[in-house]
Design a binder for this molecule. Sequence first.
Ligand code: FMN
Length: 220
Amino acid sequence: MDIKEAIKARHSVRQYRETPVAEDVRKELEDLILACNAESGLHLQLICDEPECFNNLLAHYGKFRNVRNYVALVGDKDQEDLEEKCGYYGQKIVLTAQQMGLNTCWVAGTFSRGKCKAVIDPGEKIVCVISIGYGESEGKKHKSKPLSKLCEVPEEEMPVWFKNGVIAAMMAPTAMNQQKFRISLEGDTAVITAGKGPMVKIDLGIVRYNFEAASGHKGR
Ligand SMILES: Cc1cc2nc3c(=O)[nH]c(=O)nc-3n(C[C@H](O)[C@H](O)[C@H](O)COP(=O)(O)O)c2cc1C
C-alpha cells in the first residue's frame, strides 16, 4: 500500500481485536518513533499491552473497546508549535501503521490522562494519544466539506500535485471532523492555515502531513 492508498484507506477505528501487535511490527513502530523524536524534539512514546488508559467511562461512552496499545504524543510545554508538530509526526506514524495493516484513532478527549502510562518529564505535557491495534473493522469514510469551502483555487486551475495534496487534506482526520483549515496557492507554494477553535493546531499538523505526503511538495 503506497502512501496515497494509506491516506484513502485510513478511517478512525475505535474497536479492536485481541490480537497483540507482533514483536517485529512493534520494533518497526518504535524505530519510526525514535526517528520522529530525533527530527522534531518531541517525546513520542509507544505503549503496548496497557488497557487502563482507555478503561474509563469517557472511553466507553466514546465507543472505544479493547484498546491495549497507544502512541502518547508528549513534548516540551514551551516548544514552539508543539501541537502542530504532534499533529504532523503523529499522522506520519498513523499512516505508517496503516501501511503495516494496523488501525488507529486520534484521541484528545476520551481517554484517561491520569491512567496514561507515558513518561512525562518535568516541563513536558501530553497533547493527545493515538489508539493503535488490529481493528474489528476498517472504519468508514468521513463526510467532508466541499472542496470550495477548503480551498479558493478553482479545481480546473489546480496543478496536478496541488490537487493531489488538497484531496489528501480532505481525507485527513480532524477533531470532531471540524475541517477548520484553508489551503491556498501563492506562486508555486501551497499555504495551509488553521481556522479558530479547539485543537485546530493539531489538525493543522495532520492536514499538512497528508498534503505533503500525497503531493510531494512542502507546504508553508
Ligand atoms: C486532534 C483530534 C482529536 C480527536 N479526539 C477524539 C476523541 O477524543 N474521541 C474520539 O472518539 N475521536 C476523536 N477524534 C477522531 C475524530 O472524531 C475523527 O478523526 C473525525 O471524525 C474524522 O474521521 P476519520 O478519522 O474516520 O477520518 C479526534 C481526532 C483528532 C484529529
